[in-house]
Design a protein around this ligand. Structure first.
Ligand SMILES: Nc1nc2c(ncn2[C@@H]2O[C@H](COP(=O)(O)OP(=O)(O)OP(=O)(O)O)[C@@H](O)[C@H]2O)c(=O)[nH]1
Length: 427
């Protein structure tokens, strides 16, 4: 063989070997691409057909389905999420952890923590301002007349009319005009400050600055004295139930333990109303579920509960319908007697609507006769031009105004303070 022939054979052999190598490399690449595609669809390591079968199994209620095509649609859908094999997906279970947040229903505990009512001092300041802004400033009208020069006879008549319109009462009005006329400072000098000061003093005398207006339940008590019982009485609609609720808040603000008794069984909604007030400040309410139940038996149960619970105060709300005097006497008398089997009744508060003024006085007297009252709550003074009722009602009934209501809000009840009252109507 020639040298040239050997070289040709060598070249052919090299080309053949290179071709064989190229074919092998190309086959290997295709094979590896195919295996990568499969692993993308089977995250859990099974074959695609495995996933298609497991999907329906994960929905037990659907296992009865025989429609393969339907299943396959679902399984296809269920396979797709595998795309979401993106690292973000595994984080999702934390979303399912959200239900732990729904363990927040533990929050219902909150209502148990009732809102702390406004303190007596703070509500006094607020209520004084409200009184000054109310339709009650008969004091201002008086001052405007008295501060003029040379008061004529008709000016003095205006003074008396102003007092009568404000429901100060005929006797007290006459007395005040007489004293003012006699006073040299009014008839002589015209210094507005002196007139203002003098009028303030006279009104304070009439309102009664030295009366004991404290609630028996707020006075210092001997240890183990037991709950102090308050019965609320008055004509319907005067604000007994509302006042009972507000009063409970006042006591709660003083850190006292209170129980209320819904002995107004005449009006079905009254017990619900009282319960709503009670739940706002965390005060239990003893009530009957039967409309028209015996109010005395509710009072009895309430007294028992207050004693057992070692409460500081028991407030009993009554209906006090005024069909006739003997009827009322029977009902209120029985409530009192039955309560006193367990606890002495230390306070009976007559609730009077200031807007009815002198008209409410006749009925007020009946209550005073029937049960004997220890104090007056004058409600709705916010909407009344008849603040003078404070003076006349005390004169007629012989007991002090202890509390005043100046609105429908839960903290719109305050101890009656003569100075704040007079300043409120004069300033
Ligand atoms: N503006 C004002 N409204 C008040 C005041 N006190 C009570 N009221 C309103 O007077 C209305 C009657 O109040 P209640 O507490 O239901 O009266 P009640 O005496 O219990 O009535 P009966 O259960 O029918 O005997 C309610 O709308 C109260 O919100 C107050 O001081 N000012």
């Amino acid at each position: 063989m020639s040298e040239t022939t050997l070289i040709v054979i060598g070249v052919i052999a090299v080309v053949l070997i290179a071709a064989i190598i190229a074919v092998i490399v190309s086959k290997n690449r295709k094979a590896s691409q195919a295996s990568q595609t499969v692993s993308a669809v089977t995250p859990a390591g099974g074959s695609p057909s495995d996933i298609a079968r497991s999907a329906p199994a994960s929905a037990p209620e659907e296992t009865g389905q025989t429609d393969e095509s339907a299943e396959s649609v679902k399984s296809a859908e269920s396979v797709e999420p595998v795309e979401s094999e993106s690292p973000a997906k595994p984080a999702e279970p934390t979303q399912t952890a959200e239900p732990t947040q729904s363990a927040e229903p533990a929050k219902p505990a909150e209502p148990v923590r009732p809102a702390k009512p406004e303190s007596a001092a703070s509500r006094l300041t607020r209520l004084k301002a409200r009184l000054a802004n109310s339709a009650n400033p008969f004091g201002k009208a008086l001052f405007n007349i008295l501060a003029q020069d040379n008061l004529s006879e008709s000016d003095w008549e205006d003074v008396e009319d102003t007092l009568l319109l404000a429901d100060v009462g005929a006797e007290a009005s006459e007395q005040l005009v007489e004293e003012l006329r006699k006073d040299a400072r009014i008839t002589g000098e015209r210094n507005p400050e002196a007139v203002h000061g003098l009028l303030r003093e006279k009104l304070l005398d009439l309102v009664g600055r030295d009366m004991d207006r404290s609630l028996v339940a707020s006075r210092p008590r001997p240890e183990n004295a037991g709950p102090s019982v308050i019965i609320m009485v008055g004509v319907n609609g005067t604000g007994k139930t509302t006042t009972a609720g507000k009063l409970a808040r006042l006591f709660v603000a003083e850190d006292k333990k209170v129980v209320m008794g819904a002995a107004d069984t005449f009006r079905a909604a009254a017990a619900d109303q009282l319960e709503t007030w009670g739940s706002r400040v965390g005060v239990p309410v003893v009530r009957s579920d039967k409309d028209g139940a015996d109010p005395a038996s509710v009072a009895f149960e309430a007294a028992k509960a207050a004693k057992e619970q070692n409460a500081d105060v028991l407030i009993i709300d009554t209906a006090g319908r005024l069909q006739n005097k003997s009827n009322l006497m029977d009902e209120l008398g029985k409530i009192r007697r039955v309560t006193e089997k367990t606890l002495p009744v230390e306070e009976v508060l007559l609730v009077l609507d200031a807007t009815t003024g002198q008209n409410g006085m006749t009925q007020a007297k009946v209550f005073a006769e029937v049960i004997g009252i220890t104090g007056i709550v004058l409600t709705k003074l916010d909407g009344s031009a008849k603040g003078g009722i404070v003076i006349s009602v005390q004169k007629e009934l012989g007991v002090p105004v202890k509390l005043i209501g100046l609105g429908e809000g839960p903290d719109d009840l305050a101890p009656f303070d003569p100075e704040s009252f007079v300043d409120g109507i004069l300033d």
